[in-house]
Write a protein that binds this ligand. Structure first.
Ligand code: CUA
Length: 309
């Protein structure tokens, strides 16, 4: 009997995978062995007079019934496992995930927004996913969970971490140029440590101005801008923002080159209509912040970018 049908996602997936793998390998070995054996046994030299065989009822029943049962059992375990993965236990910690090109945003029930997922050990975590632009897929190999994030709908997923540590998060749906770099981490803390972290962060949030990191910089990370724009001078998918303010740049406007001096208006317009005046040499792929960021957020971001000398 398969263990863990109601247990942890990694156990469920592991066991079903193992079950199917063992059956597949056994059948592969059996068929390969028979093929080689028959080739040898019925070689012309050993069997010079071939004869026609006209059916064998029992053999036919056997090779129909046994594979049918095997395939049905795979379906049964797959189905019950899938069901267990979809049924979120009571009292789970809820976290909303927003995927966008090319980063993840995690939002907790107290309003806390983070770019890494921090969770307590053993507690079931209920993730609700959506996407701001194209289809992404939230994938944590260590927990054997994967779920698409689709624009315009909410998908859900749950898992539980049995060990402390840090685990990789990948995007498993090709979503454009930086898909392979759409990475982040899941940090598993002890329950005590987690709630200490959670409450501290919650307090910072209520004070409006987070301690340590200035608001603009925080927004810059939260909104995933750093996936494409560096602040240290290195060009990424998008131009670096270092020293951009006040610089004269060449942009493509409706397919025509023109020069402009970067001012507040240009920065603001680039956030709301990113593809209107694209810096020459860069692809017009930035998603608009229209309806995504508030007016205050935009103002803070512009202020932050102005200061990147
Ligand atoms: Cu997001 Cu691939």
């Amino acid at each position: 009997m398969i263990r863990g049908l109601t247990g942890l996602s990694d156990e469920i997936v592991q066991n079903i995978f193992l079950y199917i793998a063992v059956i597949s390998v056994s059948i592969l070995v059996l068929i390969t062995f028979l093929m080689i054996y028959f080739t040898f046994r019925y070689h012309r030299r050993r069997n010079p007079h071939p004869e026609d065989i006209h059916g064998n009822l029992w053999l036919e029943i056997l090779w129909t019934v046994i594979p049918t049962l095997l395939v049905l059992s795979m379906f049964y375990y797959g189905w019950t496992g899938f069901h267990a993965l979809k049924k979120v236990p009571e009292g789970a910690l809820k976290v909303k995930i927003t995927a966008r090109t090319w980063s993840w945003l995690f939002e907790y029930e107290n309003g806390l927004k983070e770019t890494e997922l921090t969770i307590p050990i053993e507690k079931p975590i209920h993730l609700q996913l959506t996407s701001q632009d194209v289809i992404h897929s939230f994938y944590v190999p260590a927990f054997r969970v994967k779920q698409d994030a689709v624009p315009g709908m909410t998908t859900s997923l749950w898992f539980r971490a049995r060990d402390l540590g840090t685990y990789d998060v990948l995007c498993a749906e090709y979503c454009g140029q930086q898909h392979a770099y759409m990475l982040t981490k899941v940090r598993v803390l002890s329950e005590e440590e987690f709630y200490r972290w959670y409450e501290e962060k919650g307090k910072e949030l209520q004070m409006k101005k987070p301690v340590g990191v200035p608001l603009g910089e925080r927004l810059f990370q939260e909104k995933g801008c750093m996936a494409c724009h560096s602040v240290d001078g290195t060009p990424r998918v998008g131009p670096t923002l270092k020293g951009l303010f006040g610089k004269t740049i060449v942009v493509m406007t409706e397919g025509k080159e023109r020069q402009l001096k970067v001012d507040e208006d240009y920065l603001r317009k680039s956030l709301l209509e990113p593809n209107a005046d694209v810096v020459k040499g860069f692809p017009p792929i930035m998603p608009s912040q229209k309806g995504v960021s508030t007016e205050e957020d935009i103002t803070e971001l512009v202020r932050y970018m102005k200061e990147l000398k």
